[in-house]
Write a protein that binds this ligand. Sequence first.
Ligand SMILES: *[C@@H]1O[C@H](CO)[C@@H](O)[C@H](O)[C@H]1NC(C)=O
Ligand SMILES: *[C@@H]1O[C@H](CO)[C@@H](O)[C@H](O)[C@H]1NC(C)=O
Ligand SMILES: *[C@@H]1O[C@H](CO)[C@@H](O)[C@H](O)[C@H]1NC(C)=O
Ligand SMILES: *[C@@H]1O[C@H](CO)[C@@H](O)[C@H](O)[C@H]1NC(C)=O
Ligand SMILES: *[C@@H]1O[C@H](CO)[C@@H](O)[C@H](O)[C@H]1NC(C)=O
Ligand SMILES: *[C@@H]1O[C@H](CO)[C@@H](O)[C@H](O)[C@H]1NC(C)=O
Ligand SMILES: *[C@@H]1O[C@H](CO)[C@@H](O)[C@H](O)[C@H]1NC(C)=O
Ligand SMILES: *[C@@H]1O[C@H](CO)[C@@H](O)[C@H](O)[C@H]1NC(C)=O
Length: 374
Amino acid sequence: MAVALISWFLVLFSSFHGCYAQIPPNISLGSSIVAGSNASWRSLSADFAFGFYPLASGLYLVGIWFDKISERTLVWSANRDNPAERGSTVRLTLPGQLELRYVNGSTQLIYAGAAASLGFMGNDGNFVLRDANSVVMWQSFDFPTDTLLPGQVVDELTKLYSNEKGTVDYSTGNFMLEMQKDGNLVLSAYRFSDPGYWYTGTLVTNVSLYFDPKTALMYLVNGSNVNIHALTKNISIPVEDYYHRATIDDHGNFQQYVYPKVNGRNWERVWRAVEEPCFVNSICGVYGFCTSPDNETVSCSCLPGYIPFDPNDLSKGCHPEIVLNYCADPSIRNFTVEVIDDADFPFEGYADLARVRNVDVEGCKKAVVSPLAT
Ligand SMILES: *[C@@H]1O[C@H](CO)[C@@H](O)[C@H](O)[C@H]1NC(C)=O
Ligand SMILES: *[C@@H]1O[C@H](CO)[C@@H](O)[C@H](O)[C@H]1NC(C)=O
Ligand SMILES: *[C@@H]1O[C@H](CO)[C@@H](O)[C@H](O)[C@H]1NC(C)=O
Ligand SMILES: *[C@@H]1O[C@H](CO)[C@@H](O)[C@H](O)[C@H]1NC(C)=O
Ligand SMILES: *[C@@H]1O[C@H](CO)[C@@H](O)[C@H](O)[C@H]1NC(C)=O
Ligand SMILES: *[C@@H]1O[C@H](CO)[C@@H](O)[C@H](O)[C@H]1NC(C)=O
Ligand SMILES: *[C@@H]1O[C@H](CO)[C@@H](O)[C@H](O)[C@H]1NC(C)=O
Ligand SMILES: *[C@@H]1O[C@H](CO)[C@@H](O)[C@H](O)[C@H]1NC(C)=O
């Protein structure tokens, strides 16, 4: 009886001081969650949960999400391109691996390395597997999908990919943020071998992107952890009153957001990499044309003479109305040349475009009609 009382006081004492280290929400070997059960592994603060995130399609992603806010924003996923049906299981197996088992019996090992001995959903949103000596064997922070959280570090060669469409389709989308080996942090439309439409130009060795949990600012650090380039310059709010995340979105922008912990209604942007949305390469696909009336929304159309691949989604790009073999028959080179004012074609690699330099409209016509003469 006396012993029980003493330990009760110890627990009380430690919780008064906000120190919960003795009672972490450890996930023991053999624990599992079934898709559709509503069960999850929550962080002690209950801010984050690990489990099956339900999709509008009725399928589930093994993931981590902000659990207290009504939108339950997904921040990480293990199977974004292969959602699981109701009844699938995620399990910290007895041999110490993390396994997703689909209902048809096929499995995906999320962690397949040396035996872990417990899992832990941290208050920072990082799901960590440790071995018997408490050494970190695996952590979700090392495998970002499209989102970064405070405390997260992006080392060289790490890539984040946008999703396909907002909260509708979380599968891998068209845009990539890469912490390159040369030190440059680059956003690109990687499917079009795009060299990039936004970059930091920080060409020094051993650069990492750091999302500072104290200040909620993102910056690049060099090998001696010296801040060499600020991304977020300044957020004028009490850091601890807000949730924070930075996400590369389906329009190819990399943006940082805050959400008030009390009475929050939505994520508010505090920083973005690209200020003019049309500067995102191939945002309207091949031969698509982007306009933005307000630097927020994007509207896609086709260049004159081109029609959309998908009339319901102009961002998928366009193709010529008719295809003629101009090379075989020079007599059909009866082109009309149209001038589009105030337009940019940022790079030439992804469509069969060529640049004719230092010419006026007449010079351009000549070059188009008889390309061999230029
Ligand atoms: C959680 O795991 C840690 C590290 O192994 C251990 O020290 C602690 O006692 C465990 N807590 C519980 C409640 O099991
Ligand atoms: C899960 O939660 C939803 C919404 O709260 C509820 O409709 C559903 O019955 C729950 N499912 C289970 C298996 O508890
Ligand atoms: C099992 O289901 C998953 C998810 O639907 C699918 O990716 C996988 O190919 C299926 N495996 C087999 C053997 O049918
Ligand atoms: C890069 O930096 C890390 C610390 O941030 C250090 O451990 C590592 O040795 C460095 N590597 C090189 C090649 O400088
Ligand atoms: C990091 O930057 C600081 C300040 O410019 C410099 O003194 C230091 O040598 C750099 N470290 C590395 C590993 O380049
Ligand atoms: C931070 O931003 C606020 C407005 O958003 C501005 O008033 C303040 O001067 C800025 N601080 C710094 C250090 O730039
Ligand atoms: C969009 O932003 C750019 C750069 O900040 C600015 O020059 C331009 O006027 C803006 N356009 C609109 C429609 O606000
Ligand atoms: C251009 O030539 C093509 C092929 O000879 C022909 O079908 C088309 O009508 C011509 N267009 C114009 C504007 O002359």
